[in-house]
Ligand binder design. Sequence first.
Ligand code: FMN
Length: 349
Amino acid sequence: MTRTTLTDRIPSRFPLLQAPMAGAQGSALALAVCAAGGVGGLPAAMLAPEALRAELQLLRAQAQGPWNVNFFCHTPPAPDDAAEARWRKALRPFYDEAGLDAASVPAGAGRQPFSEALADLIEPFAPPVVSFHFGLPAPELLARVKSWGSVVLSSATTVEEARWLEAHGADAVIAQGLEAGGHRGMFLTRELGTQLGTFALLPQVVAAVKLPVIAAGGIADAAGVRAAMALGASGVQVGTAYMCCPEASTSAVHRAALLSEAARHTEQTTLFSGRPARGIVNRLMRTLGPLNPAAPAFPTATAAIAPLRAHFEAQGLGDCSPLWSGQNASGCRAVPAAEITAALALGLA
Ligand SMILES: Cc1cc2nc3c(=O)[nH]c(=O)nc-3n(C[C@H](O)[C@H](O)[C@H](O)COP(=O)(O)O)c2cc1C
């Protein structure tokens, strides 16, 4: 066991967290990482209540050591027909090419924020760790989560966000550098120019807060773990490197992209959800521009993309798929998650 201020709070064998990755994994990956001595994470943002309950039952029954369940904390936008129409117009050439009718696709949210109803659902499971992206829930809701003894984590993308999380009750802060795959956890700013790389952000967050700090973004091997710990991290969270494991549910198209040269070129894009998220550059991003202003507010951009994604994936193409990846996909290997975890843990020795 490696002891840090993080393992004092979350007593796993290693202070290594598998990043919860909505749409790319479920309890199978989390359980495999827990069994290997890390902290497995279950992403809940895209799960319907019944599916979430079933996953939590598996984690409670089978997890060896502490596990994490993760939620988003966004405020859903009011329905906006004009924004939706602009978005469909921007996507029109892709709909035409696919022979699909944009008008027949229902608008929808796609991702639910944490709520009283979700708190009711998870309470009987008293998850050892609950992590949030995009801030924290309202104080009463957060107090409920903490009353079960859950350790609360959330992502900070700036020093200001880290200080805010400390002041509002987080038990540890995830310093999410700009290299990270998937959505930026930014919640006090919308300016991408404020976002720092992991090894610039991490030491500044460590200096600014008293809480344990978990480094995330671009860490893919033992040397990366060692470097993060040398810069003051109490633990490390890794996402992209787990995406090609057999226990992940990453699509075939996405796996192929992660293991190809294409993975060297990622960008922040708002096209797939409405919020900036890092993914491998594909045809939709090249054609519309990754930050096209026609993309509507998070998370409503997703609904109109879904049928395009399905159409092109059926042909083995990721042209309209969110190919989430961090800047460093070199750790992706099609090997069991235990192997990835053991390789990362060498950086703690
Ligand atoms: C496919 C994918 C999905 C993600 N989904 C979530 C999520 O649901 N919740 C969350 O807090 N973070 C999510 N993230 C971000 C991770 O928590 C983490 O910041 C990131 O994976 C770390 O960088 P790395 O990918 O370079 O290891 C996701 C990342 C990826 C790659």
